[in-house]
Structure formats: C-alpha cells, structure tokens
Design a protein around this ligand. Sequence first.
Ligand code: C2E
Ligand code: CA
Ligand code: CA
Length: 536
Amino acid sequence: MVLVGSAAMYTKELDAVVFHKEPAADVSKSLFSFRLWFSTISVLLLLAVIVVRKDGFDLIALGCIVSTLLIMSRQMYTMFENRRLVLELEEKVLQRTEELLQKNKELENSTEQAKFLAGHDPLTGLPNRREFDRVAAEWAANSKNFALLFIDMDRFKWVNDTMNHGVGDLLLRQVAERLQANIKLEGRVFRQGGDEFLILLPSTDVRKVEAAVDELVQALEQVFHLHGKEVFVSASVGISSYPKDAKDVELLTIKADIAMYAAKKSPGKRWLFYDESLHPVEQSKLEMEKEMRYGLERGEFLLHFQPLYRLDIDTVAGAEVLMRWNHPKQGLLPPNQFIPLAEESRFIVRLGNWLIREVCRQWHDWRDQGYEPISLAVNISVNQFLHPEFVAELEAALREFDMDPAYLELEITENIPFCDAHAIAVLAHISQLGVRMSIDDFGTGYSSLQYIQRLPVHTLKIDRAFVYDMMQNRNNRVLVETILVMANQLELDVIAEGVEEQEQLHFLKEKGCTFVQGYLIGKPVAAEEFRLRWLG
Ligand code: C2E
Ligand code: CA
Ligand code: CA
C-alpha cells in the first residue's frame, strides 16, 4: 500500500511532461518507464500473495481482487487514452507551428520585397528616383562634396519605335547593367524614369569626374545585342556639383538636367558641366520649377472641368479638363502661369502623365457613382505628346481605371510636327487605342484642313480669338463660317470656344456648329461642383 501511495507522487511530474521541450518523445518513453508500472506491479504482487497464502481466502477477498483489477484496468485504459490524445495534440501543435513559421517567413519575404520595390525600378532592378532623393539628401546632410550625373540615351526613342517594344526594355536593362559595371569612384546608379539615369559620384574633382563619365559614355557606345540585332546608341550627360551649383537636391537635379539638355543639343559634346550660361533663366524660374516638382508630390495640382455643350440635343456631353495649381503662397494659379514654364523644363511630361491618370480616375469615380459616362477632353503639350513613353502611360492609365477610351479626347495643337515620323506613329497608336483627338486653338496655326483630314483627328476647336468678336468683326465671322462648312464636308466635329453671348450661340447653332464651350454655358469648376451642377 505504501508503494501504491508513493506512485501517486509521480503524477505531478507526469503533468509537467506535457510542457517539456520535446513532449511527444517523452510521453511515449514515459509509458515504458519502470516507475509508472511500479505501483501496478506491486498491487498485482499483493493480490498474488493473497491468492497463494489461501488463508482467509473467501468470496469477499475474491470480490475485492476482481474489483481492484477492474479499477486498475479502467485506470490503465484512461491513461492510454490520455497519452493518445496528448500525442495527437502535440502533433497538431507541431504542424501548426510549422505552418505559422512558414507563413511568417512568407510575410517577411513579401515585406522585404515591398520595401525593395518601393525603392527600386522593376525593369532594371536599379534603385529608383525616390531612393535617389533619399541617398542624395543623406550625402548632402553629411556635407559630402559630390557630383550628380544626369544621363539620357540619345537613340532610345528610335530603337523603341523601329523595333518592337520588348527590345526597348531589353536595351534599358543592358544599359543599366553597363552603367553598374563601369561606374568608378564608388558611384551609385539610379533610374530616373524612361531612358534617363542618375548617378551620384562622391567627388567634385573635375578631372576625376570627367574620366569617370568618359568611361561610362564609351561603355554605352559599344554595340548592344538585342534579340540577334546589333544596335548602337549613345548618351548625353549633364553634370552638376554639390554644393557649388545648388545646396538642394531637387535644384541640383534640375541643373544637371539642364546641362544634359545642352550637351544633347551641342554637336560633338557628350557631356557638359552645368554653368549659369547654359540656361539663362532667372533664379526665380528655377525656384518655381522646384516648387512645381514638390507641389506635384504634395498634391497641390487640381483639375477643373468646363462643360462642353451639345447644341443639337441641348445637353452637356462632356467637359474640358483644365489644370490649376493651388500654390501654397500665391493661391490658385491659372495654367498660363505655370504650364509654359513646365513645358520649358520638360516637367510637363510628368505633370501631364499625372493629369491623365487623374482624369481616368475621375471618369471611373463618376461612373461608379452611377452617372451616365461623359467624355473628358485633356490638353496635351507637344513635349508630352512626343515623349517616347507617352502612349504606354496613356494605355496604362486607361487600363488601371478601366476607362472606355471612346470617352477620352486628347486636345493637341497645330504645333505638333505632323510630318514627323514619330508623331505620325503616335497619332496612329492613339487612334488604334480608340482614343479621340481634337485640334485645339484651330485657326491660329498654319495647318490646312486638307492636311488635318488625313490625320486620325475627330474634332476641331475654333479658337476663342475668332469667336469673341465675330459678331462685330466680319473677317472672323466669315472665318468661323468657313471652318464650319469645311469641317462639315470632312465629317469633323467642331467645338466653338469662348462663347460668352447669346447672340454668338444663335449664330453658331444656325451655321450647324454642334458643340460650344464658354462662360455663357459655364466656367471651369472643381470636380465636385461640376458633378452637382452638370451631372445626373
Ligand atoms: P485652352 O485649351 O484654349 O482652354 C480654354 C481656356 O479658355 C481656359 O483657360 C478657359 O477657362 C478659357 N475660357 C473658356 N471659356 C471662356 C470664355 O467664354 N471666355 C473667356 N475669356 N475664356 C474662356 P485656362 O483654364 O486659363 O487655360 C488656359 C490654357 O492653358 C488652355 O487653353 C490650355 O492651352 C492650357 N492648359 C490648361 N490646362 C492644361 C493642361 O492640363 N495641360 C496643358 N498642356 N495645357 C493646359
Ligand atoms: Ca484646350
Ligand atoms: Ca483652346
């Protein structure tokens, strides 16, 4: 009986077994441990002694023996059952832990990947513009002297247009590799976007920088093998120095960009250092350009919408999107106060691409809110139109917001070189997408209607300059009339801009003009106001 009692002392240890580090192995081992069986064996021995001695062995003793054995077997059964459950549980816990570890690892990987993607360009694997801003700011904060190289490929556009699209990507990847492989002085390479790259060199020694640039330019002038074709390209490089040219990274980049542009335009020069004579603009303009770049990041640009009114069915058929800049100090600026400067600096490409995405997003939102779809017209600058990535950006925006291309209209001016092969290819591509096109400010340029008719253009917008005084000025009235008659023959739509008076509206309607736009119908207003006044 003492032994039976002492066996109970082990139960605590057995409970603890479950929490042991490797419980599964221990539990099964403990089933065969001598200590566990000790009490059982003792009782069995005791019963055996009772049976063997035979004295006083009667029915009561037999009953005792049988019930003790029954109790014991019941206990054994419970014990085995417990073990089985514990083992099962352990196995499940192990399995689950493994799954969790796996999930954790996956999560870690994807977080790392997201972090990498945020700072890197997916095509070339190079750190991107955002990463550049971070690193350059860090170098500047450590008051290092460094040079900034702005690199732009010279014949990329040609490669991209004449060969298929994949070739352009391949070329960019190989260019990135060559830059990485040939960079000296522990420089760092970044992709700015398109066919532009940025390099930070931790030196401002003119001779050292020149030697490094020379090596890069030569490396890029070696033959590229692209899908079995041999291709030669070259690059133009603009160089600015910190802190000599600017103490601010954004301004430093703009100056390197200016130098690059100057190098591209001067024959025989493959690189140029920035100096004030390259770009005789006032400091105030450069400041403004910097503010624009920051403004875009801070969401200071917004869209206004002016109704396009359809006369034959008396409804608002769409809107022209006009950009505004909510300047932190100067308030709401009209486009003529910033678009010309943006065009000069080529910042217009970024700004314009941003605008197209916003337009697609707005169209999608109104659609989502259940309004009938309206067409939206966007002004496109020449440089934006001619940029090698323009069509790709346009396509991506349409796809991202699931916008029906038939509702997008691009307003281009006659300044676009309609005889240029690239411009013609872009026009064809846009029309293939199903996007409509109109000629803005028609009548102020020199293109003939004959010529325009051969282009995939759907609409002419008669410039405000002819409309505003046409009721008083006979010349302008005749001109408007003539445009209407000819456009009608050529099956082009016409929008008369700048309609401010009822009289003008009557005249235009009488002469068969289908669309009008002007303060008489409505001024450009913000999206929400446009929705309230003109939609639904
Ligand atoms: P636009 O394309 O000829 O746009 C029409 C301009 O005429 C707008 O000026 C509009 O507010 C104004 N307007 C409309 N109806 C009337 C009227 O009845 N009377 C008068 N006096 N004016 C009227 P806004 O918004 O100042 O735009 C000026 C120019 O800026 C535009 O001329 C366009 O060339 C350019 N622009 C505007 N937004 C953009 C843009 O997003 N990208 C580009 N590249 N250029 C833009
Ligand atoms: Ca326009
Ligand atoms: Ca116009």
